[in-house]
Every structure is written in structure tokens, then in C-alpha cells.
Ligand binder design. Sequence first.
Ligand code: ADP
Ligand code: MG
Length: 386
Amino acid sequence: MTVTRSTSDLAARFQAAFGDAPDGVWQAPGRVNLIGEHTDYNEGFVLPFAIDRTARVAIRVRADSTLRLLSTYGDQGMTSADTSSLTTSTAKGWTKYPLGVIWALQQRGVAVPGLDLLLDSDVPLGAGLSSSHAIECAVIYALNELTGAQLEAEEMVLVTQQAENDFVGAPTGIMDQSASLRGATGHAVFLDCRDQSARLVPFETASAGLVLLVIDTKVSHSHADGGYASRRASCELGAEVLGVRALRDVEVADLEEASGLLDDLTFRRVRHVVTENERVLETVDLLGTSGPAAIGPLLDASHRSMRDDFEISCPELDLAVEVSRANGAIGARMTGGGFGGAAIALTPVGAEQQVRIAVEQAFSEAGFRKPDIFTVTPAAGAMRLS
Ligand code: ADP
Ligand code: MG
């Protein structure tokens, strides 16, 4: 099947596949984290935004308990399941995301009927833009309406987290789904990962004459597993030695004293988290007072901190950042968990072409895979389309 982006096209495809019109079409976006990396599990701050790339689901409620799931991506065929017998070992492939959401709703006592579901997404897979949460958020948003569950956004966030953690088996936090469910056009979502409170912060790139380029290095972050676990362990060790509940409780002013108490490696891990939290707060302030053109130096500092202190960058990400900056971007950093994935470059509209060409050329000269470079705009959160 080819990917289609018109709502009526998707409904027509649904009709062709399942023999009936859908009850509705819902969508939820992927996300980019503007700043605040590896701060979430330290009970700190993150600043993601919803992007103009979305997963869409057309759904029809069935009279029985059968689930039929189909995606326009690839040629994966139809998957069938039954709402009355979902267990954490049921799912394989992409269907674990919608099935996980149904399962997590059931864990909360919500009765979910049988469904026919067609997924169509233009969020690139595995590029660090959270294509998986886009699916989960589109599904929870739709099912919240279709089942009459009437969950608030905060609760939908927790349902998708339970789906990811316990059904899919990925130890993820609340950032991605918070951006996807709570994002708004021209805004980023300032999220406090301690109390899970969220606030929209103006982040309007176009009116500032800027574009946000995503440079997908195509380097898989599959090596992330061990690296992620060891970074978490360092943060826990740091918090324990410093006698705080989480690194959120350490201030930049405490770092000098901390350096005497921690071994060098743990100290550098701690310093990244502590300064990154501070950078998120400064970014939020600057976006409110001066707009996006002012945050470039914070993006640059964030990248250096991840490269040198947290050590989660890779040569492709460093090159993307370096070449973007040398060719007109006003700030750039790797985004996401690290060890691959994408970098972002905040770029004046007039310099966009030059950055694209220079990065592609540098990648080619370095013998790296051709990166995928595209723009994203801060866009709306989950919604019903028809
Ligand atoms: P990320 O969320 O960073 O994009 P993940 O590995 O968490 O990366 O999720 C990617 C997975 O999501 C894919 O392996 C696939 O199973 C699923 N997926 C995403 N988009 C689609 C789609 N349009 N159709 C089918 N599966 C998809
Ligand atoms: Mg994911």
C-alpha cells in the first residue's frame, strides 16, 4: 500500500479493506525534543514540541470482540486479535502499539469493543521522532471518545506509558506522549517530570524567520540499550552519593562541591543533567521574553554537554551539528536518547539550503550514509479529523 495523507483517502482505503466506512479518523503527532535530554528520569525538565508529522487511525467499532489491524506502511498484511484475550505476550510488530493501548485501557477497567483499525503515518520510523507514541496517542485519543472513557490528557499520558512499559516492554517516560497529546500549534510543551505538570510555551519559528531542520543520521540507536542503562545507573549513583532524591534536586551552584564527592565519570554525568535542567529553564524564559532567535547558544551548549559530559553523541551527530553551525544555523544539537538518531538545527530561512547542501556533502565526504534532512514546525496535538 502507498502512503496517503488525505482524510477522505484514508476513509476510502478503510472502506476497501474492511467493507464499511470508519466511524471516524483521528491523528496524533510525533515530537522533537527542543532541549532537556536525559533529564526526564532524573525528575527534571524537558521541552518537546509536537511536529507536523502525524499518525492517523481510521476506526470502526464492531459488534463482536474481534480486532482487525492494518497499516499502510510496508506490506505487512492484516493482523487479527480478540479484545477478550489480550496479554502482554500477544503482540508482535507494530500492532503491539495499538494493542498495548487497548490492553492498558482494560487494566483500568475500560471495556473496549472489537474494532477495525487502519493506520497511516508519515512520522519516520526509528528516527527519534517517536513514531511509536504517535500511533499510541492517536489510538488512545480515538478510544477515549469511542469508549466514552472520558480520560483527561494527563490520564491518557499514563495509559500510553503503561502500554509502552508493560505491553511493548520499553522503559520510556512521559515526554513523548505528553508532547503528542498536549502540544499546540506554535508552542512547545514545558514538562516537569517530577509532578508531571505541563505548560505551553510559545515557540513560533516561522514568524521569527527561522526553520527547524531535522537531520536524521540514519544511524540506528540500537546500541542505546546498554548505554542508556549505564547512564541511568550513573545518575542514580550520583543522586545517592549527593544525598538527594533525584538529580533534579542538585543546583548548578552545588556542582563545585559535588566534584569533590564524586568520581570523575559520575561527576560529568551529573554535571550534564544539572546544567541541562538549567538550560531548559533558561530556554523557557528566553522563548517567553525574546523568542526563538535567542536560544541558539543554549542548543549549542546542550550538544557540547551531551558530547563531552554525558558521552551519548556519535561522529555523525557531531558532524551534523558542526556543519550546520558553520553554514548559518544559529544553534544545533543532537536530540533524543543519543548514539544515533537525529540532530536539530535552528536555521534562518535564508540559510536552509546552504545547511542542507553542506551537511549532505560533509556526510558524503566522511563516508557516512546519506542523511535525511527535513523541516518540522511546532504543530497541533492529537485531534479528531472526521
Ligand atoms: P521511534 O518511536 O523513535 O520512531 P520505535 O522503535 O520506538 O522508534 O518505534 C518504531 C516502530 O513503530 C517500528 O518498528 C514499527 O513497529 C512502528 N511503526 C511506526 N510507524 C508505523 C507505521 N506507519 N506502520 C507500521 N508500524 C509503524
Ligand atoms: Mg518509540
